[in-house]
Design a protein around this ligand. Structure first.
Ligand SMILES: Cc1ncc(COP(=O)(O)O)c(C=O)c1O
Length: 480
């Protein structure tokens, strides 16, 4: 049975049982009640319970024992602790060591690889059929406009759809405030260009997404790492301290489900960050590519919702929700609108029209919210599965984040494990991961890795995580 939300009843039953296992109601080795009993307890049919148990079995949470029923699988202890907040930086620095990133993302396209590296959702998590329909209708719906340059600010119909979606992020906008870009990456690069000059200092989260570091590096800017909490992100106090000390030209933050920590700032924190930056007249470049991927609805508001002086340059895209290959993103640059719109023209002239119209049509058809709810449920389960596998297979003392949205987790390995060595050894066995130093301009996080959880769960995924855990254990033993 499919509910209004697009979820099946058995998925809800499985989620409830998984939460009970996590909470210790059913500890490792415990036998679950029989199917009839569970069916009565949940008020569902026996076949719904059987489907839920199969799901939990695929997720590695329970195992069937012949003629005896289902048992909770053993795994090493409780869910791992989250890493500590990062320390402050001593000074702003140029960005170093980024060329390795290209290898990590290129590996994402190699056939036969287990793709735990680049933050790219597998096709199973994307609405392939709906997009195909939208693409094939573009010629018919838009005629010559689909073949022409889509000059900045981009097609009005797409901007209208984006403006409607931004209301869910707490931003009541008109389409004239939006500039369509080639993904969020271009929106971020143009935002930096609009507010900073070479040599300027940009305050960033620590760790932060390497794409932001590359945008900073490419424009000859310097980065200042601000202490970041794995659950709540940058604290206004830490940012205030940095603003007192350094001439910061802009802050580049991901308040909602930041990459790689998956942190999410609550409303008070977002408001405080925006107020602080407004008081100091420092623009905020807000990267919100994961904002729509909240595990519980409604999605959190963007920091931009609290601006009062047009100082937030919001950057979004459909790369993590519809498809990264579309390259459809946008900026809402506030009082920097005209500058950014011109820069968009100067740097890339126009955006691809066909994908832009396809996205506009996809959104206009409706059903995006319904699709998102389903995708977010799938992602929440995918993240949970990987976290559990890390708890089960990685050496004692490993910590990992517990994001409430998005699809990456950040794993801190015990002393003695070098993430770059782990990356190289894993790649030799066709497993790709993203090593921690890529997420810092000063190559911090030598024993951290980021894992992309948006992959279908199958035996090879489980093998890869088990193997990674073993490689980490070997590397650690080699240092003793
Ligand atoms: C936090 C973050 N910002 C921006 C981007 C780039 O987004 P896009 O593919 O839309 O350019 C990514 C992609 O991985 C990301 O993770």
């Amino acid at each position: 049975m499919v509910e209004e939300t697009g979820r099946h009843r058995y998925e809800d039953v499985a989620d409830t049982l998984a939460a009970q296992i996590e909470a210790g109601t059913w500890g490792a080795g415990a036998r679950l009640p029989g199917v009839r009993k569970l069916a009565a307890q949940f008020g569902v049919s026996v076949s719904t319970v059987v489907a839920a148990e199969h799901l939990l079995e695929n997720q590695g949470l329970i195992e069937a024992r012949p003629r005896s029923g289902y048992y909770v699988r053993e795994y090493s202890g409780q869910a791992p602790e989250a890493p500590d907040p990062s320390p402050p930086a001593s000074q702003p620095t140029a960005v170093a060591g980024q060329p390795l990133v290209l290898q990590v993302v290129q590996a994402a396209n190699e056939p036969g690889l287990v793709r735990l590296g680049a933050a790219v959702p597998h096709g199973d998590f994307l609405p392939a059929r709906g997009l195909q329909r939208a693409f094939s209708g573009v010629g018919r719906n838009w005629g010559d406009r689909a073949l022409a340059y889509a000059f900045p600010p981009g097609p009005l119909e797409l901007r209208q759809q984006i403006a409607r979606r931004m209301a869910d992020a707490g931003c009541q906008l008109g389409p004239e405030e939006i500039v369509v870009t080639n993904g969020a990456q271009e929106a971020i690069a143009l935002s930096l260009r609009a507010v900073a000059e070479p040599g300027d200092v940009i305050a960033i989260e620590s760790p932060t997404f390497y794409g932001l570091l590359q945008a900073i590096e490419a424009q000859g800017l310097r980065a200042l790492e601000i202490p970041t909490d794995p659950d709540t992100g940058v604290s206004p106090d830490a940012l205030a301290l940095a603003l007192d000390q350094w001439p910061v030209a802009a802050a580049l933050l991901m308040p909602n489900f930041g990459n790689p920590l998956g942190h999410c700032a609550d409303e008070d924190r977002k408001r405080a960050l925006v107020e602080l930056l407004e008081q100091r007249n420092v623009p905020l470049i807000e990267d919100d590519v994961y904002g729509d991927l909240a595990f519980t609805q409604p999605r959190p508001w963007a920091a931009k919702a609290w601006e009062s002086a047009g100082g937030v340059l919001y950057c979004g895209s459909f790369s993590k929700t519809l498809s990264p290959g579309l390259r459809v993103g946008w900026a809402v640059p506030g009082r920097f609108h005209d500058r950014l719109e011109y820069l968009k023209y100067a740097y890339s002239h126009a955006s691809p029209a066909w994908p832009g119209f396809a996205v506009a049509d996809f959104l206009a058809r409706g059903g995006y919210d319904r699709y998102l709810r389903r995708a977010c449920g799938d992602l929440a389960r995918a993240v949970d599965r990987v976290r559990r596998a890390v708890a089960r297979y990685f050496p004692a003392g490993t910590r990992s984040t517990r994001p409430q949205g998005g699809f990456v987790i950040w794993v801190e390995l015990p002393e003695g494990v070098d993430a770059i060595q782990l990356y190289r050894r894993a790649l030799a066995e066709h497993i790709s991961i993203a090593p921690g130093p890529l997420f810092s301009p000063t190559r911090r996080f030598q024993r951290c890795i980021r894992l992309n959880c948006a992959q279908p769960w199958h035996a090879r995924m489980e093998w890869a995580l088990q193997r990674l855990g073993q490689l980490a254990t070997d590397l650690r033993a080699g240092t003793h």
